[in-house]
Design a protein. Structure first.
Length: 453
């Protein structure tokens, strides 16, 4: 589990840490560059840096090579999953009674768990939940059987082929009293598409074909009986391994604050220290007509330092692509607007200031990175939303109230100016950062320890 976390940190942390290398000035670029996941991660844990040892570095390299395949199955050897995925998995003996016939199954072994395909991973950071969907083309169950009734006895070996297996899991985490991330709940379920059971041996007798026909309907019952044992064993191992990894993380989290909120707290400090609150909005004409115009300028917003989560922070892995969706924003913004109107080439006009209040400004950024690092990052979308806007006049002159009423009637005009001011620079920033990264794998390699001889 640790190497998957490191893989995500390296992929997206490398991109994040590229901000500011071109010597750009302040403003929106600085605000976005302040949200540096790599810097946040490297500072975790009582002043100690986040370090990758040589062994973990080799695992990351193996993982990168693995996901360059068109259809990666399982994980590379040496990933540390031997304790979680045992091949074969030994299953306790089972007994079933069917149509008056008692059947006993012994020496049961399950094969194929390590041939899984990772279909989907969904990490909801804001809720500390991880959802996982894994598929396996075929599972094989082998063992010995004994059957007995008042008219028939037989024994031999049996085999079960389970096709189109899908496992869905959800793991919920919490923060204990010591500030350590620990597993709170694990939910798992297994579904399959088809199941075929075969009995074999030299002592099946003349009723062998009849018994074979009867046990064909018993296969699902047998699988359902061993499913809780399999899930219970896997759940216990997953819980133990994740808790062990949680205790090894140097960072301690307050049990009343989500870790992602701690990250945003550091971003708020960054906004204040960089002087990005208040934030200036570029000038723009609001409206014009044949004989005159109405212009808004020098819009300054206060309150960006109230940055907080406005929705879930979700990391998903699907179709071999890692996608990240982040929703954040600021609320209760205040500002000052300079306005000017004029007609007949400004022969008649007036200028003044308004106080404005913006309910909220929120942004959702969606970015995708193929697990095959030879492929480029994609920007799936940037959505910016501005809440209700109210305008208050400074109370000087009757015309101020007329303009105030006009702006309050058509607030979308003022909202459009704010959206235009924030959306395009933000989109350009994200696109520029993506263009900077051509050889992402080489950049990750620079962060890893040197390769062993």
């Amino acid at each position: 589990m640790q190497m998957y976390v490191v893989f995500l940190i390296l992929v997206f942390g490398t991109r994040a840490s590229l901000g500011g290398q071109d010597g750009s000035d302040g403003g929106l670029d600085e605000l976005l560059q302040g949200l540096d996941l790599a810097s946040f991660t490297s500072g975790m844990g009582n002043g100690s840096d986040f370090k990758i040892d040589a062994q973990l570095g080799e695992k990351v390299r193996a993982l990168i090579r693995h996901f360059k395949q068109d259809d990666p199955i399982g994980v590379p050897e040496g990933m540390g999953l031997d304790a979680l995925i045992v091949e074969p998995l030994r299953v306790p003996n089972q007994e079933q009674t069917f149509s008056g016939m008692k059947m006993k199954f012994e020496n049961i072994s399950l094969y194929g768990l390590n041939k899984f395909r990772l279909n989907q991973v969904k990490v909801t950071l804001s809720e500390l939940k991880v959802g996982l969907i894994v598929s396996i083309d075929q599972l094989f169950v082998n063992g010995l059987f004994q059957t007995s009734s008042w008219f028939y006895r037989a024994n031999g070996n049996f085999s079960v082929t389970v096709s189109n297996v899908t496992t869905e899991s959800e793991v919920s985490f919490g923060v204990d009293s010591d500030g350590t991330l620990q597993v709170e709940e694990v939910n798992m379920d297994v579904k399959f598409g088809d199941l075929n059971m075969q009995l074999g041996g030299d002592k099946m007798g003349f009723l062998g074909p009849v018994v074979q026909g009867m046990v064909n309907t018993m296969g699902p019952f047998l699988f359902d009986s061993i499913k809780p044992l399999i899930l219970g064993d896997v759940e216990r191992k997953i819980r133990g391994e994740l808790n062990r990894q949680g205790r090894s993380v140097p960072q301690q989290f307050p049990n009343s604050i989500h870790p992602i909120d701690m990250f945003l707290s550091s971003a708020r400090i960054y906004v204040r220290e960089k002087g990005l609150d208040p934030f200036p909005i570029p000038d723009n004409h609001l409206a014009s007509w044949r004989y005159g115009n109405f212009e808004i300028s020098s819009v300054i917003l206060h309150g960006l330092a109230s940055l907080h989560r406005t929705g879930p922070v979700v990391v998903t892995f699907e179709e071999n692509v890692i996608r990240v969706s982040v929703a954040m924003g600021a609320s209760d913004l205040r500002g000052v607007v300079r306005w000017r109107w004029g007609i007949f080439r400004d022969l008649i006009g007036k200028r003044g200031t308004f106080q404005i209040s913006v309910e909220y400004v929120s942004v959702v950024v969606n970015v995708g990175q193929p697990a095959n690092l030879d492929k480029e990052t994609t920007i799936d979308g940037i959505e910016l939303e501005v809440g209700n806007i109210a305008v208050a006049s400074d109370g000087i002159g009757t015309m101020d109230y007329v303009i105030e009423a006009l702006v309050n009637i058509i607030p979308n005009l003022l909202r459009k100016q704010i959206v235009d001011a924030l959306e395009e620079p933000m989109r350009k920033f994200v696109e520029d950062e993506v263009k900077k990264v051509i050889q992402l794998e080489d950049m990750i390699e620079e962060r890893l320890p040197p390769k062993g001889d």
